[in-house]
Design a protein around this ligand. Structure first.
Ligand code: BUP
Length: 459
């Protein structure tokens, strides 16, 4: 009999930063004739997650959907965090065994499961019982992945994070400056830390780690991890990025698009800190001053709460009316969801001030848009260093390392000018975009890696 395309189930975990790469990969697999089952946990934490899942399914009628109810965390059951995304990671881990019957009875039978790093430990036994390979999807940089994979070793030595050290060392790769390590990692009891460490211990059971990055973007780290210099028991790391985007969700308010259409090429600074980061109101005011001082045009997506459902403040309460008035011809400030991929693709966009969430980094890389990295938490500092090293952007370390508290409008204004006027950076960023295109094009490195995985899984 001739081989038929595999049936792959995908299990993302909480937050748009985790959901987005899964939806993209699901779309790519479906267009390569795989049977695809998308598994989602309900209820979702943010409104953006549930609306994107519905939209995705409406656009991909062939994709099957399993929705499973997570066993909720008891309120205050974990005193180390009240972050709703971390609590959902934990609740999902406690609930994935409930999926066994529907996965075991899938038709055609499942060939593999692609699941998020954050559920690696609880999902490994389910995949083993089903007798099918489990690939982990890592939604961050290869550099930060190495830190997570190595975390159990670091935690076993109490001096790893001692304040006397200026950096954390992991064999085979460049050191991590101490301020770029998420502070939670220093507390082994923190929910986030224990989840990552437990997941890391399960990595060796996976068939491979699929990663939204590409060889030319993180060559040294990928080479080190794939030649067992970081850890000797990791499965192959498989760079398949930047993941292809599919048609974005159209929101009602897209008035920024006609506005962008009327701006000169590469003249607009796009500003976004991702779906779950809210700057302080004082920092929001300084950023507004910085944008105005820079003299550049801008499109600024403003968030004021970690979870979108709680975001109720109005623009006029956040920014001075006089600012909105003075800049009405120069810029747009938007609340709510925008189509970031449309904005990054737009010829008027010339620079991107970003928190360096990894999806945002890969989207900017794909388009070759220079970044001003302004990481806020989690993996973002490590990602910012990767961005700088790859030539995609500039990064002012002291801004996010808390060395000076509030960053002034004056400093921000100067950095924006640097971002927009540095021709060498623009050239390097364009080159990154070309390399990203080569990696995902026919015969490109990332495309080949994915093709090989799918050939292996053919039934
Ligand atoms: Br906000 C926003 N529109 O308005 P990251 C985000 N996005 O398309 P995060 C929009 O969501 P984590 C908006 O293009 C990217 O694909 C954006 O993921 C898109 O950051 C995704 O960049 C956001 O990884 O997640 O949301 O902070 O903290 O998990 O990295």
């Amino acid at each position: 009999t001739t081989a038929s395309p595999p049936h792959i189930a995908l299990l993302p975990s909480a937050g748009m930063g985790h959901l987005t790469p899964f939806l993209r990969l699901a779309s790519m697999l479906s267009s390569r004739s795989c049977t695809v089952t998308l598994i989602t946990a309900s209820p979702s934490v943010s409104a953006a997650e549930s609306s994107h899942v519905s939209f995705f399914l409406s656009q991909h009628p062939l994709v099957k959907h399993i929705e499973f109810k997570v066993i909720p965390s008891k309120p205050y059951s974990n005193p180390t965090t009240d972050d709703p995304f971390f609590l959902q990671f934990e609740a999902t881990n406690r609930s994935v065994h409930l999926l066994y019957p529907s996965l075991a009875s899938a038709s055609p039978p499942l060939s593999a499961i692609f699941s998020d790093f954050a559920v690696a430990s609880s999902f490994a036994p389910v995949a083993a019982d089903l007798g099918i390979p489990n690939y982990i999807i890592s939604t961050t940089s290869c550099k930060f992945f190495c830190l997570m994979a190595y975390l159990p070793v670091l935690l076993s030595d109490p001096s790893s994070f001692s304040s006397g050290l200026s950096e954390v060392n992991i064999p085979g790769i460049t050191p991590f400056p101490l301020p770029s390590i998420p502070p939670q990692f220093k507390n082994p009891n923190h929910l986030f830390t224990s989840l990552i460490a437990t997941s890391a211990q399960a990595l060796s059971k996976a068939k491979g780690i699929l990663m939204n990055t590409f060889d030319d973007f993180e060559p040294e780290t990928l080479a080190a991890v794939n030649s067992s210099r970081v850890l000797d028991n990791l499965p192959p790391i498989l760079p398949i990025g930047p993941l292809e985007t599919f048609e974005p969700k159209k929101e009602q308010d897209q008035s920024y698009l006609p506005w962008l259409d009327s701006q000169p090429a590469e003249s607009v600074v796009y500003v976004s800190f991702g779906s779950r980061t809210a700057l302080s109101s004082a920092q929001i005011r300084e950023l507004s001053k910085g944008l105005e001082r820079s003299g550049y045009r801008f499109l600024w997506v403003l968030k004021t709460s970690k979870v979108d459902k709680d975001d109720k403040e109005e623009l006029k309460d956040l920014l001075e009316e006089s600012f909105l008035d003075r800049t009405k011809n120069k810029g747009r400030v938007v609340k709510g969801w925008v189509s970031q991929q449309d904005i990054l693709e737009h010829p008027a966009t010339g620079g991107f001030i970003s928190h360096c969430g990894w999806n945002s980094v890969m989207e900017a890389a794909r388009k070759g848009i220079p970044m001003l990295a302004w990481p806020q938490h989690g993996d973002q500092s490590v990602n910012a260093e990767v961005v700088e090293k790859a030539g995609l952007g500039i990064w002012e370390r002291k801004w996010d390392w808390g060395l000076e508290g509030l960053v002034s409008g004056e400093e921000i204004g100067k950095k924006i000018v640097e971002l927009m006027e540095d021709e060498k950076l623009r050239g390097l960023a364009r080159k990154v975009g070309e390399n990203a295109g080569k990696a995902t094009g026919i015969g490109g490195k990332s495309e080949k890696v994915l093709t090989e995985v799918l050939e292996y899984l053919e039934q």
